[in-house]
Design a protein around this ligand. Structure first.
Ligand code: ATP
Ligand code: MG
Length: 432
């Protein structure tokens, strides 16, 4: 009891104020919508700050993806200040404030859970927190965040940063450090292990020793995270623009086992690894060039070699290519759903990309012309190129399709290749 009390007194975070002269964030880097939201809340008598990833990214000289605001106003009070706003979420209520096409997410200061609540049944049998929607003060709001660099509050009107956990100096030192006891925080929410890997890779930060150590033994806890949440977090990781580093890091930390069932298998067979890595590299390059990337394409790539092996097994048992492929696709997706719930809107496109692969092998008659007209031709063709690049199929097939697409329509006829489907051998006449 006394130990707990002393720990609370000594561990009490000290608030440090970092002035403009030290942090150097230009107000202009902050979206005008976010500035408007904080100043309107402040004029109404509330405190309001830009918080989380945006402050971190501004300090790193990166353009933030979005701006989140934290305030002591409750959702109804926020809603009353902004005409174009709405409350979202039932359990954990947030307010979305719109200015033009811009949207700012405003959340009321919350606190994490206390040990008493743990006994109250607010955690599952593995210590994962099930409820985290209790309002709190700013200090508590900083405490419930994951990493010190994600817990900085920036006030655009005073241009000061408030730092409760040394996030500013950690960032300057290139360090990613968990707030509080890392093992406890991973137990509360195992997804934080994936976040650690993602932020380290994406921001070029080094995991603090104590933040890194428990991951080796706690990876198994990811099994208890709901599949939909795991999908969301995995998608963020794959679309971080640094997916190659992230996957390598996941492997190094041993987190790829069981997390993405196919990933264990695929990364451990050279051909599959080459294909997945080529797909990830391609995604990272597209993100660096501000080109759109499709989650369906990405997940289709991740699962392709699994589909191939199930397909092959079905064909070996005498299945016809098309039905066997469809059966393999369903089987692989079903197995995947339990761990990582890929939403239906993506799986439909994934199946199209996969099934079109078979049609690339047919280069005679009307078929190639019809394939060019297919709405998913582009995605399926890019996928085909990855297969060539990884050595799964002959380069020649990709080159042919490139030439066929670009050829004048009159020249296409001459490019057609007689049916590649294995011809039935004539039965030899029995020897006399
Ligand atoms: P990104 O640039 O990838 O969006 P971010 O830091 O903004 O990075 P979000 O997932 O958008 O990440 O979360 C916003 C903030 O909410 C984080 O900066 C962090 O303070 C807090 N947060 C998010 N997820 C967790 C979590 N699992 N545990 C504790 N805090 C979290
Ligand atoms: Mg964010």
């Amino acid at each position: 009891m006394i130990r707990k009390f002393l720990k609370r007194v000594f561990d009490k975070p000290k608030r440090v104020v970092i002035p403009l002269s030290q942090h150097g964030i230009h107000k202009e880097g902050v979206s005008s919508c976010a500035r408007k939201v904080t100043s309107s809340l402040q004029e109404a008598g509330f405190s309001a700050f830009i918080v989380g990833g945006a402050v971190r990214d501004l300090l790193l000289g990166k353009r933030p993806k979005d701006f989140d605001v934290a305030t002591d106003a409750d959702p109804d009070e926020v809603r009353a200040i902004f005409r174009r706003s709405r409350i979202i979420g039932r359990r954990f209520r947030l307010v979305h404030v719109m200015c033009g096409a811009d949207m700012i997410e405003v959340s009321t200061f919350r606190r994490g859970h206390s040990p008493e609540e743990e006994e109250d049944g607010r955690t599952d049998a593995h210590g994962r927190v099930l409820a985290d929607n209790v309002f709190g003060n700013q200090e508590e709001d900083a405490q419930r965040r994951d990493f010190t660099v994600n817990a900085l509050f920036y006030d655009p009107s005073t241009q000061e940063i408030l730092d409760y956990h040394g996030g500013f100096s950690d960032l300057k030192a290139g360090k990613l450090r968990m707030i509080g006891d890392p093992a406890t925080r991973y137990r509360e929410d195992p997804v934080r292990m994936l976040r650690a890997v993602r932020f380290a890779a994406k921001l070029g930060l080094k995991l603090d020793r104590h933040t890194e150590a428990p991951i080796k033994t706690m990876g198994e806890l990811l099994q208890h995270v709901p599949a939909a949440r795991l999908f969301e977090e995995m998608l963020k990781l794959l679309l971080s623009g640094h997916s190659v580093e992230c996957i390598l890091e996941l492997r190094r930390a041993g987190l790829h086992h069981g997390l993405l069932p196919m990933l264990d298998v695929i990364l451990e067979q050279p051909m599959g690894e080459r294909f997945v890595m080529a797909a990830l590299k391609n995604t990272d390059e597209r993100i660096a060039q501000d080109k759109p990337v499709s989650p369906s394409f990405l997940f289709a790539s991740l699962l392709w070699h699994e589909v191939l092996s199930v397909w092959k097994a079905a064909k070996d048992k005498g299945g016809k290519p098309y039905p066997a492929l469809f059966q393999a696709m369903d089987q692989v997706l079903d197995a995947q759903q339990e761990k990582l719930a890929i939403p239906r809107r993506y799986t439909a496109t994934m199946k199209e990309i996969w099934s079109l692969q078979l049609r690339f092998m047919q280069r005679s008659g009307r078929r190639p012309y019809l394939l060019l007209e297919h709405p998913r031709f582009r995605a399926a063709y890019d996928f085909l190129l990855l297969r060539c690049e990884s050595g799964e199929i002959e380069q020649e097939v990709g080159a042919w399709w490139e030439a066929f697409q670009n050829a004048e329509s009159g020249a296409r006829e001459g490019m057609l290749i007689a049916d590649e489907a294995p011809k039935r051998r004539r039965r030899r006449r029995p020897r006399a």
